[in-house]
Write a protein that binds this ligand. Structure first.
Ligand SMILES: Nc1nc2c(ncn2[C@@H]2O[C@H](COP(=O)(O)OP(=O)(O)OP(=O)(O)O)[C@@H](O)[C@H]2O)c(=O)[nH]1
Ligand SMILES: [Mg+2]
Length: 425
């Protein structure tokens, strides 16, 4: 991947974008702007852009052969060592580009969008869980792409059992090693998930709110604004890779659990979504999802589409949600506000950074919680001591009256919890 073969931090790079079908050319420019941010986050300096309009994908190079040669030549002229496609390349296409650059005797690597995103995730992973998840996604990405380039694995993965047996090629050895490692990582993740499961069972009765959104939308900033937490904020893509959960009181009385997690992006590699499932578990179990959008981005609608796609992929598309339009402090035209109101009539405009209208947002959250709350009357006999204790967990007891047969409770709490208690009677 980029990182392993990079000798210095600021590698020079060219971006390649493809205009397919009816897509507008200016959209490609915006996509390449985003790629430039990704490249920048990965530590590469973009010195050129190439775009091509394509009616059909060329199996050998994605773009046409002439264009492929032109890209490699341009890389040579600009002294570029990295070419990044804003598309997913097949293993064969990457190999063909390799051959092409060997032909003109330059040392240029051609990688795709997934490789770049994986590279950033690798750099930003700090906790054991994130590191395990990223390594798993990375190896799954590498597996079909093994070429002679990766025979250094033998050294990386230890000596025993790494030597090729009779009739086994080096690539087969590498494949076998990666297979073993993948199995081990999956086992570790299951272990981590089990721990998470116990923790989450403990939190079951609290109202859980999850911040979800495109990377760099301001989720962590909002987390800090609401809870006073000190979550890492950077003007960088994928600053956050883990899930942070904080308990906080809103509206003076209502306790909620707020979580901040990894951001999404267009064409997030499938392996990453799969291996980050346990990190995203909190989103799946949320009572309310706050869809945080960067309202100043020209691509705000596309961002929401991407978020919805990932949520559907995770199975979290049915959870209740609120749209939060962040960064309104840097919107100065009235036309833009009207545009946002038209496209997101229920969106709540805020600035997390400047603490603008956060109260509005909290009030909306509180209203949703109140709608989901209900009151019930239950009666237990004295010999149901265990049930009486249980019925007072996770709810507010409004009334408690004793009679000759037992106790009558008037309780208020989340519908889910009240139903559980009604089943105890
Ligand atoms: N102008 C302005 N900038 C903001 C606002 N909220 C966040 N930002 C900036 O946007 C950048 C990203 O903020 P983060 O809170 O790290 O964004 P995130 O959504 O957590 O991003 P990832 O963790 O990378 O997915 C930072 O430079 C913030 O200072 C806002 O309301 N207004
Ligand atoms: Mg963040």
């Amino acid at each position: 991947m980029v990182d392993q073969q990079r000798s210095n931090e600021s590698e020079r790079a060219i971006l390649v974008g493809v205009v397919q079908g009816q897509l507008d050319e200016h959209i490609i420019d915006e996509h390449l702007d985003e790629m430039e941010l990704l490249a920048d986050t990965a530590g590469a300096k973009v010195v050129g852009r190439v775009t091509q309009r394509l009616n059909k994908i060329n199996p050998a190079y994605f773009v046409g052969k002439g264009k492929a040669e032109q890209i490699i030549n341009q890389a040579k002229e600009l002294g570029v060592s990295l070419v990044i496609f804003d598309e997913d390349l097949s293993p064969a296409q990457t190999k063909n580009f390799q051959a092409l650059s060997e032909d003109v005797k330059i040392d240029v690597k051609v990688i795709d969008r997934s490789a770049l995103i994986l590279d950033i995730f690798q750099k930003h992973a700090k906790t054991k869980e994130a590191k395990t998840q990223v390594e798993l996604a990375h190896l799954q990405y590498l597996l079909p792409r093994l070429t002679r380039m990766w025979t250094h694995l033998e050294r990386q993965m230890g000596g025993i059992g790494t030597r090729a047996g009779a009739g086994e090629t080096q690539i087969e050895v590498d494949r076998r090693l990666i297979g073993i490692r993948i199995a081990k990582l999956k086992k570790e993740l299951v272990k981590i998930e089990k721990e998470r499961d116990t923790q989450s069972r403990r939190r079951k009765d609290q109202f859980r709110v999850a911040l979800v959104g495109y990377t760099n939308a301001g989720k962590s900033t909002l987390m800090n604004a609401i809870t006073g937490a000190d979550v890492y904020i950077r003007d960088q893509l994928f600053a956050t890779l883990d899930t942070t959960i904080r308990s906080t009181v809103i509206g003076g009385e209502q306790e909620i659990l707020l979580s901040d997690t990894v951001g999404f992006i267009r064409k997030l590699p499938h392996h990453l979504i799969a291996s980050f499932k346990s990190t995203l578990q909190e989103v799946l179990e949320a009572d309310l999802i706050l869809l945080v959008l960067d309202a100043s981005s020209p691509q705000v609608i596309e961002h929401l589409d991407t978020i919805n796609e990932v949520l559907t992929d995770l199975g979290a598309d049915k959870n209740a949600s609120l749209i939060v339009l962040n960064k309104i402090d840097i919107i100065d035209e009235d036309g833009r506000i009207a545009y946002l109101k038209r496209n997101f009539p229920d969106g709540i405009l805020i600035s997390a950074k400047n603490h603008l209208r956060i109260d509005n947002l909290l009030e909306s959250i509180k209203n949703i919680i109140d709608q989901g709350f209900t009151t019930a009357d239950v009666h237990f006999s004295f010999n149901q001591a265990k049930e009486i204790t249980e019925a007072q967990n996770g709810v507010t007891v409004l009334e408690r009256e004793y009679d000759e047969n037992g106790v009558h409770l008037k309780i208020r709490g989340p519908v889910k919890r009240i139903n559980q208690i009604l089943n105890l009677v």
